[in-house]
Ligand binder design. Structure first.
Ligand SMILES: Nc1nc2c(ncn2[C@@H]2O[C@H](COP(=O)(O)OP(=O)(O)OP(=O)(O)O)[C@@H](O)[C@H]2O)c(=O)[nH]1
Ligand SMILES: [Mg+2]
Length: 359
């Protein structure tokens, strides 16, 4: 009750936007919870601002939909929620399949809940764009977190392109923040392009590593190390502790070779056992330290602004591509040009030029 009043007055005070005109609380919840009825955009906005999880989930489903009508609704909801977004710490967790990302997120998530935080866990999963599966699909690795009322776990959206999935995730972050989740954790597999995408939407980017796989520095993409704000060696338990310590030294040495970051933060290397809940608190302390330092030197805000600019351009690109490939004339002409290419009657460049001239 108190929360809603805060929302309403903040909205009106800050932006002069009138709050959604709904007065009867029980009616709203009933409408939202009644799955047969489609709640209006205003009802969903109000529900989200009231931290109603059903409203949040329904809004995210609209964001993820391919139906243009749903997307229009989703846009209205996002706009309505935007004044309340931004007030969170966004953390990206990456690492190869099986490194323990989900286990780690569950462990740190539980710690955060003990600190009275509200956390939302999302995923960007490049494989799901192909298989329509999801790395958080079964939620089995977060069995405890799922039960917490202060945690919201949303399996990754599927889509035709990473760009599309990324956009949906960005919008989902906004909705979760408006619903009062103040810590957003995004899991992504450290293969392909997804980590670059996630890096561009979080404040802190954490790379989980394993030890004991031969030469520690082999097979690590330089780019990911460069993006990392911290490297945490997971599964530092049992027989593995010694190797984990060695890996820690190796990684610290490797990180030393990179130039100082604009944030003036030197990415540290630490160890943990997500399974045994060891070293998790220390990771959170480290993230807090990062937030403090970068808030003071203004890098935190600057990074978010840069990310917003990047996303503006990214969205334009996605939209142009979408409009292009869904244009009827283009669709027909594209088939013709593909055939001509098969028959060696044109070059890819000439074909592209011809097609682009059509718009
Ligand atoms: N010994 C040990 N095992 C762990 C630890 N963390 C995770 N595991 C195990 O490693 C396996 C993979 O863990 P997940 O958390 O699913 O790994 P993930 O990185 O999320 O995997 P994907 O989502 O498939 O990319 C599971 O069997 C976990 O129990 C740890 O700290 N120590
Ligand atoms: Mg996982």
């Amino acid at each position: 009750m108190q929360k809603k009043q805060k929302h309403t007055s903040a909205l009106e005070e800050k932006n002069g936007i009138p709050a959604p005109e709904i007065t009867d609380d029980s009616a709203i919840s009933k409408v939202i919870l009644n799955r047969k009825k489609q709640p209006s955009e205003q009802e969903l906005i109000r529900g989200i601002l009231d931290s109603n999880i059903t409203a949040l989930s329904r809004a995210i489903t609209l964001v993820e939909s391919k139906n243009p009508k749903h997307l229009e609704k989703a846009n209205t909801i996002i706009k309505g929620c935007l004044p309340y977004a931004n007030n969170s710490i966004r953390i990206g967790v990456t690492g190869v399949p099986g490194v323990g990302k989900s286990t780690f997120i569950e462990a740190i998530g539980k710690h955060l809940i003990s600190l009275d935080k509200k956390i939302a866990v999302l995923a960007v999963d490049p494989s799901s764009t192909i298989t329509k599966g999801s790395i958080l699909g079964d939620k089995t690795r977060m069995a405890d977190l799922v039960k917490e009322s202060n945690a919201y776990i949303r399996p990754s959206a599927s889509g035709d392109s990473l760009g599309g999935v990324a956009r949906k995730t960005r919008e989902t972050i906004i909705l979760c923040e408006a619903a009062g989740f103040n810590t957003i954790i995004i899991e992504t597999v450290g293969v392909g392009q997804s980590e670059t995408t996630v890096h561009s939407m979080v404040d802190f980017f954490l790379l989980l590593k394993l030890s004991g796989a031969g030469d520690e520095l082999q097979g690590i993409k330089r780019g990911i190390i460069e993006m990392a704000d911290a490297i945490v060696i997971n599964k530092a338990d049992g027989d593995n502790v010694k190797r984990a310590k060695l890996a820690k030294v190796e990684f610290a040495r490797a990180l030393h070779l990179y130039p100082e970051k604009e944030s003036s933060w030197s990415p540290p290397v630490s160890m943990c056992s997500a399974l045994n809940n060891e070293g998790i608190e220390a990771v959170w302390k480290m993230i807090t330290k990062y937030i403090n330092i970068t808030t003071k030197n203004n890098f935190f805000l600057k990074k978010r602004q840069e990310q917003n600019k990047f996303w503006l351009l990214q969205t334009i690109e996605e939209q142009l591509k979408f409009d292009f490939y869904n244009n009827k004339t283009i669709k027909t002409e594209l088939q013709k040009q593909l055939k001509l290419i098969e028959e060696n009657k044109t070059t890819p460049f000439a074909a592209a030029e011809d097609l682009l001239k059509l718009i």
